[in-house]
Design a protein around this ligand. Structure first.
Ligand SMILES: NC(=O)c1ccc[n+]([C@@H]2O[C@H](COP(=O)([O-])OP(=O)(O)OC[C@H]3O[C@@H](n4cnc5c(N)ncnc54)[C@H](O)[C@@H]3O)[C@@H](O)[C@H]2O)c1
Ligand SMILES: CC(C)(CO)[C@@H](O)C(=O)[O-]
Length: 310
């Protein structure tokens, strides 16, 4: 397969390096990472150490590919869709965090959209070098334009876009499955991010401390609000179950600084709109409030405005 990785930062570079073992990969990213990768190749460290030599470009327009893997931050998804629409891409899969990426891609592109989520961890440590911080898996599922996941029984399970994406990942030895209920997974991951990310960022604490002490009750409530909005959106998420999952992830990643804490500490824009912001807005559309998510979104957006990053 010819695969474009749109957004060759931390996650995209890791996946690009892995997929390069079985496919013809083109990274779309920015300099100096792209120029360094062209000169010296892409080095992966951490969980496994290896070198890859995918093609790379800073120009995401006019690209032809069987598949585009979108790994930009959620606030760059609309721009990614605009660039991809100028080329010829067979299918697009988003492996981003947050809610709304698939809708944005579907609004801008004619090809099939595949939703996805991953538990791999990656960090671009320097141009041309990506640290694989945690081995995980990929789950993908077909995305319909109306936002519902595709529950239609597949006559030929190998001949739908999500199954083809999962098979392409597995061909590169990446643990990947196609999940007909991908919306449930996206909302469950959203609950984890809504509980952990803004609180760790604002309180400047590592993940392990979120469910300890004064922030615990608010993390629980943030997750429970996501479950309520999910149910209003037709996705059966249980408040206790998602809070338990968020606590488990916080325990498993106790020493990590969440992506939002890292963004805030580095003075970068965060993904708050696609995490807490979208929960508060969708609650509002359904006629109720998600006050903890609303406040957390306002505080992080307030910091972003003050820091001049939005
Ligand atoms: N890093 C992880 O371990 C991880 C794990 C799971 C999910 N995610 C999710 O994946 C997404 C990406 O995360 P990340 O940590 O890799 O972010 P990142 O900022 O490291 O990477 C995104 C890259 O996209 C590039 N980019 C954006 N728009 C571009 C454009 N128009 N042309 C070329 N390059 C462009 C940016 O320069 C950046 O390098 C986020 O939604 C994140 O929440 C990340
Ligand atoms: C799971 C998670 C909260 C762990 O740090 C991660 O998704 C993050 O940092 O965004």
């Amino acid at each position: 397969m010819r695969i474009v990785i749109f957004g060759a930062g931390s996650l995209g570079s890791l996946l690009g390096a892995l997929l390069d073992s079985a496919h013809d990969v083109v990274l779309v990213g920015r300099d100096p990472h792209v120029s360094t990768t062209r000169e010296r190749g892409l080095r992966v460290t951490g969980v496994d150490s290896f070198e890859a030599s995918p093609a790379s470009t800073t120009d995401g327009t006019g690209l032809d590919a069987d598949l585009a893997v979108v790994t930009v931050k959620s606030y760059d998804t609309a721009a990614a869709a605009r660039d991809l629409a100028t080329g010829d891409v067979g299918a697009v899969v988003s492996l981003q965090n947050g809610l709304g990426n698939e809708e944005t891609l579907a609004a801008g592109l004619e090809c099939p959209i595949v939703a996805g989520t991953t538990t791999h961890g990656a960090m671009l440590s320097e141009p041309g070098v990506v640290e694989w911080t945690g081995r995980g898996a990929v789950a993908v599922g077909n995305w319909r334009v109306d936002g519902a996941s595709d529950h239609t029984p597949q006559v030929d399970a190998t001949d739908d876009p999500a199954s083809r994406v999962a098979a392409a990942f597995r061909a590169a030895s990446i643990d990947a499955e196609s999940d007909p209920d991908i919306r449930h997974r996206l909302w469950a991951k959203l609950a984890v991010n809504a509980a952990i990310n803004p609180i760790t960022a604002l309180a400047r604490i590592r993940n392990g401390r979120v469910f300890e002490g004064p922030t615990a009750a608010y993390a629980e409530r943030a997750a429970a609000e996501v479950a309520r909005v999910a149910r209003a959106d037709g996705v059966g998420l249980d408040a206790d179950a998602v809070a338990a999952e968020a606590r488990a992830v916080a325990r498993r990643t106790a020493d990590n600084r969440s992506s939002m804490l890292q963004d805030l500490a580095a003075g970068r824009r965060t993904e708050i709109d696609a995490i807490s912001g979208v929960v508060a807005e969708r609650a509002d559309e359904h006629g109720f409030e998600a006050p903890v998510n609303g406040l957390l979104a306002a505080l992080v957006r307030g910091w972003e405005a003050g820091a001049g990053v939005r």
